[in-house]
Every structure is written in structure tokens, then in C-alpha cells.
Design a protein around this ligand. Structure first.
Ligand SMILES: [Zn+2]
Length: 260
């Protein structure tokens, strides 16, 4: 190939890359952000509207990248340095407990146009949040979000006082293209969870005494059958127990990531 042909060829490649780039917005990260994010595990889920990247920040804290946008879930400073994280287009907060709601972390990833969605009990500390209650559905930044119940039935702080009372906290189901991702929040294997349909990716909490035992997570998974199941918010719980309990469920892909 002569020099001119080579230049023409490279120009064509660049034009094609720009075209593909338009169809599929790419998130721009700084070198510092890329270096910082390299310390976390990341999975990529294929959807009909492009890749969904999941960053496993830790405990109940996640970050998603999709369609050029960044979505933070329960960002807390105990799990990550949010001054080094990409700004959020959307921030979701499940409930008001300190390992889920941290206004300082949220402030660190705010920018003009950030939408914060939270349960009502978070609102006094997040004055600009859009409040969603169990059962609400909204579309934010082109993403359909459903708020679903998250509560304890069995595990109580004291008699009659569940760690997470019904109607307070939210789980969220987000539609990323054709894939529905369920982030359960702090909850047990409640009937509303077991009745969910068409969940492609599920994050289910598994630490005691606050949320579920491996048996409760397995029971829920057998009921609503997510294609991919990530136990998260699992503290010291032995995740191999869940893997063993679901070993015969070959169409539920149990994935263990660093979400202690
Ligand atoms: Zn929690």
C-alpha cells in the first residue's frame, strides 16, 4: 500500500470509528479516573442498545456505565473515593442507612444535570432528590426505573422492629436496552421479590442479621429466576454456600464479586 493509499485507508477507519462513536456514545474518562477504577472488578453485559458496564465498588455500592452515561447506586465514601470517580448522570439511593446514603459521596459526583432518585426517608438529607416510593415508575435520562419494595419479615432489631420496615426502602429495576437489572437494596426474600418477572441481572443482599441468609437468597432466585445473580452486601457470609445451594440451577449464573 502506497503512502497516499495508507492515509486514505486510515481516514476511512477514523470516519467509521467516528460514525460508530455517534451511534454508541462513549463515556469520556480522565486518566486519573481510569487508573482509579482499575482497582475495582468490572463485568460487561451485552444489551440490544450497547454494552452495560458494571463496576463492583463494594458492599451495597455499584456503578453502571451505559450509553455514555454514568449511574451510581448507593455511593458511599467508605467503599470508594468519589473525588476520583466519574460524575453521575443518575444517582440512585435505596434507603437512609449510613452504608447506603452518604450525601458527601453524592456531592462529590454531582454535576450540572445530575438526577438523584431516592426513597422518601432520604429526602431531608437530599433536598433536590426525586422521591420514588414502592411501586413508582419513572423514566430518567431515557432509562426506565421502577422502585420496588425492600423490607424485612424475619430479621428484627428488636421484637416488632424490623431492620428495614416495609414501605421505607426501595429496590430498583432499571431497563438498560433489553436487559432488566434489579438492585434489591436491603431486603429479604419477600413475596414481591419472588413475583418479579423477566429479570436478567439481580443483585441480592446476603448479610446477617440485616438482610438474607444464603438459603433465603437461593429461595428467591429459584422463584424469580434471574439469568445472572450477584450476591452483594454480603459482609462475612460465606458466598460458597449460595453457589452450592444453586448448583443444580444451571440457568442461573451465580457470580461472586468483591461485594463484601
Ligand atoms: Zn445495608
Amino acid at each position: 500500500m502506497g503512502t497516499r493509499n495508507a492515509v486514505t485507508f486510515l481516514t476511512a477507519i477514523a470516519a467509521l470509528a467516528a460514525f460508530v462513536g455517534c451511534a454508541q456514545p462513549v463515556r469520556q474518562l480522565t486518566t486519573q479516573q481510569k487508573e482509579y477504577l482499575a482497582m475495582f472488578e468490572e463485568d460487561v453485559i451485552t444489551t440490544d442498545a450497547g454494552d452495560l458496564k458494571i463496576t463492583f465498588v463494594g458492599h451495597g455500592t455499584l456503578m453502571f456505565a451505559f450509553g455514555g452515561k454514568t449511574i451510581h447506586v448507593d455511593p458511599v465514601s467508605a467503599e470508594g473515593d468519589y473525588s476520583k470517580m466519574p460524575k453521575g448522570d443518575l444517582i440512585l439511593v435505596t434507603h437512609e442507612h449510613g452504608d447506603h446514603l452518604d450525601p458527601a459521596a453524592i456531592d462529590a459526583v454531582r454535576k450540572d444535570g445530575t438526577t438523584v432518585v431516592a426513597a422518601a426517608k432520604c429526602a431531608p438529607r437530599l433536598p433536590d432528590a426525586i422521591v420514588m416510593k414502592n411501586g413508582d415508575t419513572r423514566t430518567v435520562d431515557g432509562l426506565k426505573i421502577e422502585a420496588v419494595p425492600a423490607y424485612n419479615v424475619v430479621h428484627e432489631r428488636s421484637p416488632g422492629q424490623p431492620f428495614h420496615p416495609r414501605g421505607v426502602g426501595n429496590g430498583y429495576i432499571i431497563a438498560f436496552g433489553d436487559k432488566r437489572v434489579y438492585i434489591a437494596g436491603d431486603t429479604e426474600n419477600i413475596p414481591e421479590m419472588k413475583a418479579l418477572k423477566n429479570i436478567d441481572v439481580a443483585f441480592l443482599p446476603m448479610n446477617l442479621p440485616y438482610t438474607m441468609t444464603p438459603e433465603m437468597v437461593a429461595d428467591a432466585a429459584r422463584a424469580f429466576r434471574p439469568a445472572i445473580l450477584y450476591p452483594y452486601h454480603f459482609g462475612e457470609t460465606d458466598t460458597s454456600q449460595l453457589v452450592r445451594l444453586l448448583a443444580d440451577e444451571t440457568d442461573i449464573d451465580v457470580r461472586i464479586r468483591d461485594m463484601k
